[in-house]
Design a protein around this ligand. Structure first.
Ligand SMILES: Cc1cc2nc3c(=O)[nH]c(=O)nc-3n(C[C@H](O)[C@H](O)[C@H](O)COP(=O)(O)OP(=O)(O)OC[C@H]3O[C@@H](n4cnc5c(N)ncnc54)[C@H](O)[C@@H]3O)c2cc1C
Length: 329
């Protein structure tokens, strides 16, 4: 196999995933430009190998060496404002982008302050926090289609955004290249989240500051305690199943979600006595039971722990927890 100069072989990905799992990727390419994308496209087509798009690796779990091409997103060139709209390259850091918008008097993203990762990974699981979701502010997305080699435009409506879900989750051949946001020119605080209701925010920067403070208190710093944020989604159940659960657990934590009921996964995990528990080289955070901390170079500890949690929750409540990060197998 003839390799383009830019393609690196046997690249250790430890520094490129926030769980700090030490696995190698057979091939690795940093993509900064359209011509890099074309190199990746030709290489994949010619050698018929699998590939993985990687941002900052804060929402992936590697389970074994990756036998294909890792395409590391390094598109950072563009950040252009057109009145209340902004075009931004997908490799740009998300939190820096939020800060940039506030500084330029464009509002809406403040509640999503402090979420790690790249702008381009935001739509994949429709990142959300403190009463806001990225999909509320996306106008359209420009993608590079790795099946056809073409650039395509997807409007917000075509992205099938939902709770921690989108069309991109099942269409891994779409590389998000640029995102066009439509923001607000007037700041109206979104303090729908309980912890924010006590404040009367006059400025977006004040709201951002509070969000960063809350996140700091509630979540683990992944640079010190390797984690991927919430390891499980809050399960959605039918209304008829809620009655049965409530007869089992009268103080169950749940919320309405359209026609369904969203049950707090953190509550379920806590009730199964996992909070703060250590198993081999992985543990459940003492601060937040949805956060699993990895202390192992190999993926075994974290995979065993998440399976243990899933099994016990299933046995006790007949609820199948679903992983929030992408499990790379
Ligand atoms: C401490 C901590 C707190 C967190 N808090 C939150 C939170 O509050 N809310 C929330 O929603 N998430 C949260 N997360 C999860 C994570 O920050 C987000 O999912 C983020 O969007 C991941 O960005 P990334 O660049 O690291 O993506 P990666 O981990 O690199 O990739 C994640 C997935 O997106 C795909 N992908 C990445 N970039 C692209 C692209 N350009 N085109 C197509 N596919 C792509 C990858 O293939 C992979 O499937 C948290 C994570 C951590 C570690």
């Amino acid at each position: 196999m003839k390799l383009q100069k830019k393609i690196v072989t046997n690249k250790n990905l430890r520094k490129f995933n926030s769980l700090q799992i030490s696995v190698k990727s057979k091939y690795y390419l940093e993509c900064k430009t359209d011509s890099d994308l074309d190199v990746a496209f030709q290489f994949i087509k010619k050698n018929k190998i699998k590939f993985l798009i990687l941002g900052e690796g804060t929402n992936v779990v590697f389970t074994k060496p990756f036998e294909g091409l890792v395409i590391k997103n390094a598109f950072k060139k563009e950040k252009k404002i057109y009145k209340n709209k902004v075009k931004v390259s997908s490799g740009y850091n998300w939190d820096r982008f939020v800060s940039f918008c506030i500084k330029n008097s464009l509002y809406g993203l403040e509640n999503l302050s402090g979420i790690p990762g790249t702008v381009g990974a935001g739509p994949i699981q429709n990142i959300g926090a403190y009463g806001a979701e990225i999909s509320d502010y996306i106008e359209h997305i420009e993608v590079f289609n790795f099946k056809t080699g073409n650039i395509e435009i997807l409007n917000n409506m075509n992205c099938n955004f939902d709770y921690r879900n989108s069309l991109f989750k099942k269409n891994k051949h779409l590389f998000i290249k640029n995102i066009f946001f439509e923001l607000k020119e007037k700041f109206i605080a979104n303090n729908s989240y309980q912890d924010l209701q006590v404040y009367n925010f006059k400025k977006a920067s004040e709201l951002r500051k509070s969000i960063l403070k809350i996140r700091n208190q509630k979540l683990e710093n992944y640079l010190i305690k390797p984690n991927v944020g919430s390891f499980f989604k809050n399960p959605l159940i039918k209304k008829k199943d809620l009655k049965k659960l409530l007869s089992q657990e009268a103080d169950l934590k749940f919320y309405k979600h359209n026609e369904l009921i969203k049950v707090s996964a953190a509550w379920l995990i806590e009730r199964c006595n996992f909070k703060g528990m250590q198993f081999n080289k992985a543990r459940v955070s003492k601060k937040h039971s949805l956060v699993l901390i990895n202390e192992d170079k190999s993926p075994n500890s974290i995979i065993n722990l998440k399976n243990k949690i899933k099994n016990i929750v299933l046995t006790k409540y007949n609820i199948r927890l679903e992983e929030e990060p992408t499990i790379i197998s």
